[in-house]
Write a protein that binds this ligand. Sequence first.
Ligand code: ADP
Ligand code: MG
Length: 279
Amino acid sequence: MALILDHVTYEYGSGTELLVRALDDVSLVIPDGQFIGLIGHTGSGKSTLVQHLNALLVPTSGNIYYNGEDIHDKDFSRKRLRSKVGLVFQYPEHQLFETDVFTDVCFGPKNLGLDRKETELRAFQALKQVGLPDECFYQSPFDLSGGQKRRAAIAGVLAMKPEVLILDEPTAGLDPKGRDEILGLVSSIRKESGMTVILVSHSMDDVAEYVDRIIVMSRGGIRFDDEPKKVFAHKGELEEMGLSVPQVTDVMYALREAGWAVGTEAITIEEAKQEILKC
Ligand code: ADP
Ligand code: MG
């Protein structure tokens, strides 16, 4: 069932001079099984929003519901929520802290109270799922490459068998190859498991090809929430928010301005090719 934000506002430094309203009256329904791209430039409120979904932050006002239950009700188990709504942090260094990768990935399932055998089985499965080579299992997480650290952090969340997987800027700091590998991995995890995935990024190019829905944030609010093609139709407004449409879409816009009768909806290179061949 769904995750729902109902008129959620969040202020950092409430009651001080340093007050920042990071979320401003955000309402949102996230149904099961959707692959969502959450996009916005730095400071737009993306990380603040996703930290509400697993109760790491408590709204200043408004409510959050998971499967029809208010996650801040007295009897609601937030520990269980965090195993069902798994968040991979923006900086994997904030998530990895054990002496070796395997122990790190065991942390979540162990904390859920699973016995050692089940914990270790889940950790092995999760590490295989993210494609980390065996020789990494007993290394310090801090000796891994940027891409491998991301994989280890993702494995730590997958080992809890979440229903919702949230990745906060999983491609930040990676080179183009590392970026494509992580996006390919996330997409294949989604296909295999059918779980809800929320991928946070400041780049439309990261999500355009993969997601069912794009939510665009700016200044703590939601500006667009629609299927990718419909969002990219707002090229001018996106640019005003410091965002750009995917490169392929941008090329189609340029061709159109140059007088070619092409549609501007193409997202993938293949779609662009077909559109250009039509002329
Ligand atoms: P994003 O993830 O889109 O970059 P954030 O959710 O991190 O955006 O930040 C939203 C706003 O809240 C920004 O203005 C940011 O400076 C502010 N902010 C984020 N974290 C804190 C914090 N711990 N204390 C005070 N202000 C914060
Ligand atoms: Mg962020």
